[in-house]
Design a protein around this ligand. Sequence first.
Ligand SMILES: Nc1nc2c(ncn2[C@@H]2O[C@H](COP(=O)(O)OP(=O)(O)OP(=O)(O)O)[C@@H](O)[C@H]2O)c(=O)[nH]1
Ligand SMILES: [Mg+2]
Length: 227
Amino acid sequence: MASKLFPTFHDSDLTRSIVRQKLVILGDAAVGKTAIRKVLSNEPFPEAYRMTPDVEFSLHNVQNISEKVNVEQYIFEIPGNSSLFHQGGDYFESCFQHVDIICLVYNVCQNDTFRGLVKWLKYAKGFCTSAGTKIFVIANQTDRRRSKGESLSKCDSLRTDDNGSMEVHVESNSNDVSDFCEEHGLELFECSAYLKADQCSVKTIFEDLASRSISYQSIIAGERNEN
Ligand SMILES: Nc1nc2c(ncn2[C@@H]2O[C@H](COP(=O)(O)OP(=O)(O)OP(=O)(O)O)[C@@H](O)[C@H]2O)c(=O)[nH]1
Ligand SMILES: [Mg+2]
């Protein structure tokens, strides 16, 4: 999974290769796409919700994954607000060119954001130009999950959606989630961008995605050696 747009860079002085990955983060409004990007950039967790009005970008460096390779992840967040997404038109679509990885994010405590993945998956498949793009699902906000026996949790709290209307949050059914992932051949990761202890799980997920690109590089290198 090495981007054609950001080719692998071999620095003979540093004796390390830099593998560049292009990632796109998609999902409904307020599922935590910005929060995930901020955690990866070691920026403070965004407590107050501020809608992302345009494509936003972060660079995440993954070092020491192997002795010979560093990975640079170029992460593009697409606004989740559907009217903004449609206004973005061709520009948003162009972000899907030469993408290595697409992360579909939903909020575990808001079932409609899980249902929204059908739409985001359709966009991802429709706009992607590279055959090798891998798509993953990230279930975020696990810290808000209802613990067994708990009658009322943060999951059931009332909250305003991106159109300003109040709605009750209903937790997504784990069987539905696994069925969806199985049906579409998508791997599922879970995390919380909020809990300090869990923020490392966000980093672990992206390191995992980075290490897969290294495996891919090893295959390519192996093929080159064979020829
Ligand atoms: N408890 C909890 N809150 C979270 C978590 N991730 C994000 N939030 C909160 O959810 C709200 C929305 O987060 P954002 O990251 O801005 O959502 P987004 O997906 O980028 O939304 P758009 O930019 O509008 O598409 C913010 O108030 C965050 O503080 C999480 O893991 N746990
Ligand atoms: Mg955002």
